[in-house]
Ligand binder design. Sequence first.
Ligand code: PRP
Length: 203
Amino acid sequence: MYPERIELNGHRFRRFLTRQQIAAIVERLAQQLRRDYAGVTPVCLIVLKGAFVFAADLLRAAGIPCRVETIRARSYGTAMHSSGRVEIQPPELSLAGADVLLIEDIVDSGLTLRELLGFLRRQQPASLRIVALLAKPSAQELQPQPDYIGLEIPPLFVVGYGMDYAEHGRYLPDIYALEEPEQGNPTQERTSFAAVDLSQTAE
Ligand code: PRP
């Protein structure tokens, strides 16, 4: 077990979700996917890099026959805020007529998802659904919403379980949140840890 508090690339982070809590969230999502994709063989489209760990656990937990493809979307670079510009590297597999399940680690500003949906709709899939492990409140203004959300979280900067800060921390089995208030937002700190409703994970 990694410690409760860690330092990554010069910033302090504190554990926010344990691997057990994450596993419970993933299992609940997997049950929903088993129910909704019975008799369907979707193309599970993993958004790289951040979703690679979540997708690996989710696909094995769900156990639904599927094809797997990846799509690269990048907007944060080495910063803690979106650059506002999303670079997309298209998948090799044709998605025309496919039942596409897009697998995202986190929906933050919603910009990445909006750009991905625009790109994917132009491929004319038969159906398109989105599963996101985490979503922040800002994502609630997004249309459409992800079809499946593991956990809604406060506006914290999180790393681990595939998610990074400037490429650091993706390997961590737990999810950590930045402890320090971000510049210009001094109220965003520890109180936010108590605000998350973990009862959503108890199923
Ligand atoms: C992160 C994350 C999501 C996106 C969410 O990707 O994996 O794809 O940002 O942010 P948004 O809702 O504000 O657009 P990032 O650009 O950091 O690339 P990465 O997955 O390679 O880390």
